[in-house]
Design a protein around this ligand. Sequence first.
Ligand SMILES: NC(=O)c1ccc[n+]([C@@H]2O[C@H](COP(=O)([O-])OP(=O)(O)OC[C@H]3O[C@@H](n4cnc5c(N)ncnc54)[C@H](O)[C@@H]3O)[C@@H](O)[C@H]2O)c1
Length: 105
Amino acid sequence: MKNIFITGCCGYIGSHTCIELLESSYEIVGLDNSSNSKREVLDKIKQITNKEITFYEGNMLDKVLLEKIFTENEVSLVIDFAAYKAVGDIDECYADSSLAEKELN
Ligand SMILES: NC(=O)c1ccc[n+]([C@@H]2O[C@H](COP(=O)([O-])OP(=O)(O)OC[C@H]3O[C@@H](n4cnc5c(N)ncnc54)[C@H](O)[C@@H]3O)[C@@H](O)[C@H]2O)c1
């Protein structure tokens, strides 16, 4: 069974992706810092799919947390949806995303 690591798993795109992948029998490891979503989304995902994801709350810039996630889970694929999309957040978003992608690589 493939473990897919989804950042921003509680956001709009991330949560829908979790549902599709869980319904296709993948296992999901999710990370979200709840900056633009609520943890209750995890309950909705469970209600819809009858499956749970392995969830970590935190910032994808946290290298120690990323190392913990990759140590505790055999991850086959990373899908990165953790981002801010509002125009006013662009500078912060770009800086965060660039740093985070370096960490993921
Ligand atoms: N929504 C759309 O229609 C759409 C279309 C095309 C592309 N996208 C892109 O897809 C990505 C996700 O969009 P969305 O609509 O799901 O946004 P969203 O805000 O609903 O979801 C992003 C999630 O990432 C989390 N997050 C943000 N920064 C984080 C960090 N540093 N560490 C951990 N979690 C963090 C937020 O809490 C949120 O749950 C964005 O890059 C967006 O530009 C979205």
